[in-house]
Design a protein around this ligand. Structure first.
Ligand code: FAD
Ligand code: DHB
Length: 393
């Protein structure tokens, strides 16, 4: 087995791991990134699309936002549709001028991988058998297999950026973490379609047949979602059926959606989950490895990048001056934003999705809440400031 040393060993080359590595590179801190999937797989995985202004600013300042700035679509509002009407929430007017940018997570990941590879710093894809050890010591270790060899990476700190199904969180001994979760009896069936978006802004639609969302990736690509069962079988959803359902839930009197070839389809289950603290010894968890939200508030990707910004700052301070106060406060600092996003995502989810049993009382409450959010400036402001991202750190 060969042994290598680095300062920060990063497990996972998703948005959290790649951004952390980039921020630490700017601070002169050595990192090693280990990813168990192939580059092609990671770059093809279609996920989130809404980026908060503060995260756009972070990426641009860090020199990782050139294409995002050029190709990202700035949106100043979203629309809520219910009872056959559409209502605009003017995000920027209500939230101090801040906006959101539509830019696929896939594109962001491609940008970060390219930057990393150009820098010549270590990023290994298709590693296997990743495990973390000696977490309570000052020399935590990552063991893995790469290109037929067993490797050992000795680190000052390990960053667990390996998503919800990764190995870092389960490596923390039982009893250390407090876990909080909520399941939902539905999922989203998402498609990417080669057709110009029918709506200028995102439309979140409440409908008696279930929620639907009209989003986009570019002036030529639409991204659309419909509420489905969490275990929905895609085989039961030929393209025609998907379009009929989208037209029913998102169409309005005299307005239909433009249809086009479906390039990709997938089903995502929904869950809220948080573990506390996001640290055990010299292992720091970030992003989906520590918390997930249902996608309705578009917060998952943004939270992951807020985490790594806090972690990178804390590691830089520790590296410069041996001051560990930022690392000691890491979990508490992140938790304030995490729980705000957990609440907002849960709230948006329960306001917009058809409950499993279609209980008429729930339906009336949802419609009342939607009416309130679209007619009261105070309620709309609350939605807007959460959606564009609150200043918390
Ligand atoms: P991830 O993106 O999950 O990255 C973790 C990385 O670690 C992956 O590359 C994985 O392959 C790697 N990894 C895992 N295990 C190991 C291991 N043992 N060794 C090495 N590497 C490992 N959010 C939204 O806001 N809107 C959406 O529409 C939306 N859709 C989503 C759809 C799906 C199917 C999923 C899973 C998530 C979605 N999200 C969405 C959430 C958002 O994409 C995540 O919050 C975001 O990807 C978090 O980034 P991350 O880097 O923390 O984790
Ligand atoms: C998208 C995803 C979301 O979860 C959301 O709330 C809005 C847009 C998207 O993929 O475009």
């Amino acid at each position: 087995m060969s042994r290598t040393r680095t300062q920060v060993g990063i497990v996972g080359a998703g948005p959290a791991g790649l951004t952390l590595a980039h921020l630490l590179q700017l601070e002169g801190i050595e990192t090693y990134i280990l990813e168990d999937r192939s580059r092609e797989y990671v770059e093809a995985r279609i996920r989130a699309g809404v980026i908060e202004q503060a995260i756009v600013d972070l990426l641009v300042e860090a020199g990782a936002g050139a294409r995002l700035q050029h190709e990202g679509l700035v949106h100043h509002g979203i629309e809520l549709q219910f009872a056959g009407e559409r209502h605009r929430i003017p995000l920027s007017d209500l939230a101090g001028g801040r906006a959101i940018v539509i830019y696929g997570q896939t594109e962001l990941v491609k940008d970060l991988i390219r930057l990393r590879l150009e820098s010549g710093l270590p990023l290994h894809f298709e590693v296997s058998g990743v495990s973390v050890h000696e977490l309570e010591t000052e020399r935590p270790l990552i063991r893995y297999r790469h290109e037929g060899r067993d490797e050992e990476l000795e680190c000052d700190v390990i960053a667990g950026c390996d998503g919800f199904h990764g190995i870092c969180r389960p490596s923390i001994p039982a009893g250390v973490l407090s876990e909080f979760s909520r399941g939902y009896p539905f999922g989203w069936l998402g498609i990417l379609a080669e057709v110009a978006p029918s709506n200028d802004e995102l439309v979140y639609a409440h409908h008696e047949r279930g929620f639907a969302l009209s989003s986009l990736r570019s002036p030529e690509l639409s991204r659309l979602y419909i509420q489905c069962r969490p275990d929905e079988d895609l085989a039961e959803w030929p393209d025609d059926r998907i379009w009929v359902e989208l037209q029913t839930r998102l169409g309005l009197e005299g307005r239909t959606l433009a249809e086009g070839p479906i390039l990709e389809k997938g089903v995502t289950g929904m869950r809220s989950y948080v573990c506390e603290p996001m640290r055990y010894g010299r292992l720091f968890l970030a992003g989906d490895a520590a918390h997930i939200v249902p996608p309705t508030g578009a917060k998952g990707l943004n939270l992951a990048l807020h985490d790594v910004r806090v972690l990178a700052d804390a590691l830089a301070t520790w590296h410069r001056s041996e001051d560990a106060s930022g690392l000691d406060a890491y979990s508490d600092t992140c938790m304030r934003r995490v729980w705000r996003a957990e609440h907002f995502s849960w709230w948006m989810t329960q306001m917009l999705h058809r409950p499993e049993d279609g209980d008429p009382f729930d339906l009336k409450l949802q419609l009342s809440q939607l009416r309130y959010v679209t007619t009261s400036r105070a309620a709309a402001t609350s939605l807007a400031e959460n959606y564009v991202g609150l200043d918390m750190v």
